[in-house]
Design a protein around this ligand. Structure first.
Ligand SMILES: [Fe+2]
Length: 575
């Protein structure tokens, strides 16, 4: 997402030099960033004290390229055959140069292979161009989201000066997630580049450029899938007239082994509220017939991004929480590409991950994790995550917690609908959608939790029984509780009773829970939850945790004598 904006500017600038200069002049006030800024009172969202230092979870590690046997305690079900693939940062410096932001670390691919109750582990660094080039030069050559690469010190003074005016190339450090298109596995970040990988060997394969197949400059790392393999994703398109949000459909079948994303199409383009200030988004919702895009007040200031290198700032500095904007929901018909005329708004909130969306009685019901403050992108700088003592407590307490919320978006909002009336006919939710005088619809959420979720720090990294429930009515979702800056518990939430079940062990930090259904399951929660649990304690082991998804009790764990950093997302590949 971030570097792709710079790619766009290469095309944009020659045709818009005047506009560029205008932007540059407008951006001059940001020069104040070079001056000491007045101290601002940190906002406090919670009041925790004595947080454990998790610095070892954000340190570089060695890869484990050959599979090693884990020590299984308890019982790993024999039916559970396949691989849990996980992605996340695993190297945070090259030579003397260090990355600034957690998201900048080089992608380390993890694989837990499960077969007849036996578990092996291996990991390999993604051999991205970014990783290979940085390694070869033993310094950071490719800019990442929060780190601006410095000019080559071996260049002449003139060469170094000129390089400040060059656009950084987008990174292919695909550290966020695994995605599947046409049956092939890729790792993804949010730029225009993905890397194909072999899910068996973790070998890095072809580099794929979204913009070669469809007019977008990148895509999210959270596509949605139909049961037949059709995939949907979203990306921004940048052109001479500014930006637009594009919804993309990728067909399910490979016509031949080399066609990659051939056949991908932009289904719908949505104009941002401000063309030079589109919203940042990390994912989107999908029901059976609709895609729901949430335009949130985390804004990408394109003028700031265009001038970021010139100003010596990373791209991250051009992205900010601007709560003077409301959050807006856009609903698109998946079959026709039609953008529905209803204008749905809510109070400003930030969201990174949707939980699920489904249709009921002429409405789309959308469940997602929401924060009332969207400043957390900047909080996750490595210097913050590596703090200890009061400094760490302060960082945590200034980060808004994420809570699961339900919104209802009525699909038919015509002129005959009365102003001031709640348009939601759904008796099971208190979420409302009220038509305003100006014809817009004001949406109020329902909390998808009880007060006890606040005690475990809210919930993020939501997952569901995807193959059975995505786009359909459902009951259970799973996630991490956040009594720390990373997940420190696993939660199962019942959307009907709002009761939850929790797994937690002091000093251990579980990753995003992945649901795997038991073969021929009848119940929605009939299956297991897989989570990789890491610890900063040097005398304790990392382990793959297997929970019974119904009872949330531990079935077994597979201990690995290898330190791992805290990661982002993963998938289970059944065999
Ligand atoms: Fe994500």
């Amino acid at each position: 997402m971030f570097s792709q904006i710079l790619l766009f500017t290469i095309n944009l600038l020659p045709a818009n030099v005047g506009h560029f200069l205008c932007c540059l002049i407008k951006s001059i006030p940001v020069l104040k960033d070079f001056l000491p800024s007045p101290q601002q009172e940190p906002v406090t969202f919670s009041n925790r004290k004595g947080l454990q230092c998790i610095s070892p979870l954000m340190r570089s590690v060695e890869e484990t390229p050959q599979p090693i046997l884990t020590k299984v305690k308890g019982h790993i079900p024999k039916w559970l055959n396949g691989s849990l693939l996980r992605n996340g940062p695993g190297k945070f410096e090259f030579g003397e140069e260090k990355f600034n932001h957690w998201f900048d670390g080089m992608a380390l691919l993890h694989q837990f292979q499960l077969e007849n109750g036996i578990v092996t582990y291996r990991s390999k660094f993604l051999q991205s161009d970014s990783y290979v080039t940085n390694s070869r030069h033993n310094r950071i050559v490719v800019s990442e989201f929060g780190t601006l690469a410095m000019p080559d010190p071996c260049k002449s003074i003139f060469g170094r000066f000129i390089s400040w005016f060059e656009m950084p190339r987008p990174t292919d450090n695909c550290s966020v997630n695994y995605v599947v298109y046409k049956g092939d596995y890729y790792v993804s970040t949010e730029t225009n580049f993905m890397r194909k990988v072999d899910p068996e060997t973790l070998e890095t394969k072809e580099k794929v450029d979204w913009s070669k197949f469809v007019v977008v400059n990148g895509a999210t790392a959270h596509p949605h899938y139909e049961p037949d393999g059709t995939a949907y994703n979203m990306g921004n398109s940048y052109g001479k007239h500014g930006s637009s949000y594009s919804i993309i459909r990728i067909p399910p079948q490979n016509s031949n082994r080399d066609d990659m994303l051939q056949g991908a199409k932009v289904l719908c383009s949505i104009a941002p509220a401000e063309k030079m200030k589109p919203s940042y988004y990390h994912s989107f919702g999908m029901s059976e017939n609709y895609v729901v895009f949430i335009e949130q007040p985390i804004k990408i200031n394109l003028c700031r991004v265009i001038t970021s290198k010139f100003l010596g700032k990373p791209i991250a500095d051009g992205i900010n929480w601007e709560p003077q904007y409301k959050t807006r929901f856009h609903v698109v018909n998946k079959h026709t590409g039609e953008l529905l005329p209803g204008q749905f708004y809510s109070k400003p909130f930030a969201t990174f991950h949707q939980i699920n969306a489904f249709e009921d009685q002429g409405c789309v019901v959308l469940d997602l994790c929401c924060q009332d403050d969207g400043g957390s992108l900047h909080i996750y700088q490595l210097q913050n995550l590596r703090k200890a003592g009061e400094g760490l407590d302060q960082i945590y307490n200034s980060t808004a917690r994420a809570f699961p919320r339900r919104f209802v978006l009525p699909l038919n909002v015509d002129s005959s609908v009365p102003v001031g009336q709640n348009l939601s006919p759904l008796s099971y939710t208190s979420a409302s959608a009220v038509k305003e005088v100006d014809g817009t619809v004001w949406c109020m959420h329902e909390n998808l939790h009880s007060e006890d979720l606040e005690e475990v720090g809210g919930l993020e990294f939501p997952q569901i029984n995807y193959s059975r429930c995505n786009g359909r009515k459902y009951r259970f979702f799973y996630g991490c509780g956040f009594r720390h800056l990373v997940g420190d518990s696993l939660i199962k939430m019942d959307t009907e009773t709002k009761k939850m079940k929790i797994w937690q062990e002091d000093g251990f930090y579980p990753s995003e829970p992945v649901f795997v259904p038991v073969p021929k399951a009848t119940a929605e929660d009939s299956g297991v939850i897989l989570s990789v649990v890491v610890t900063p304690l040097q005398n304790q082991n990392t382990f793959l945790l297997v929970l019974d998804a119904e009872t949330f009790s531990e079935l077994g764990r597979a201990e690995v004598p290898v330190q791992m950093p805290y990661g982002f997302h993963g998938v289970f590949v059944p065999r």
